[in-house]
Design a protein around this ligand. Structure first.
Ligand code: DGP
Length: 113
């Protein structure tokens, strides 16, 4: 996707502060952190949102959660952490490339906003 910010980050056309990378996913620090640890985990493949997850591409979501658990351990989020996915305009998804927020280092209220 030519006009997708996160595709440009994957291609290295926009710089990011990387936390993890492999052939399928990239994790990088959010520009507007909402917690002491705020990492975005994205598939390298362009998938618009969680609404586009199907039987064919759902394995990437499992892989993203494996990476989240690994990062949470690495960042010593032993007390807990939150994984957030905003899907679509009503949920406030501002970047239309599937991403999961890994948030930690503070406590969180519930229900969310
Ligand atoms: P969401 O609202 O769920 O679509 O979250 C998008 C997040 O992406 C938001 O927390 C800010 C972050 N973000 C947007 N553009 C950039 C960027 O160019 N670099 C980085 N590191 N984060 C970005």
């Amino acid at each position: 996707m030519d006009d997708c910010i996160f595709c440009k980050i994957v291609k290295g056309e926009i710089p990011s502060n990387k936390a993890y990378e492999d052939d399928k996913v990239l994790a990088f620090y959010d520009l507007e952190p909402q917690a002491p640890v705020h990492i975005l985990i994205i598939p390298k493949e362009h998938i618009k949102s969680a609404a586009e997850i199907t039987e064919e591409n759902s394995a990437i979501v499992a892989h993203i959660f494996e990476v989240a658990a690994k990062l949470a351990k690495e960042k010593q989020l032993d007390g807990g952490f939150r994984i957030v996915n905003n899907a679509g305009d009503d949920a406030g998804q501002s970047v239309k490339h599937l991403h999961f927020h890994l948030l930690g280092g503070r406590t969180f209220g519930w229900p969310a906003g």
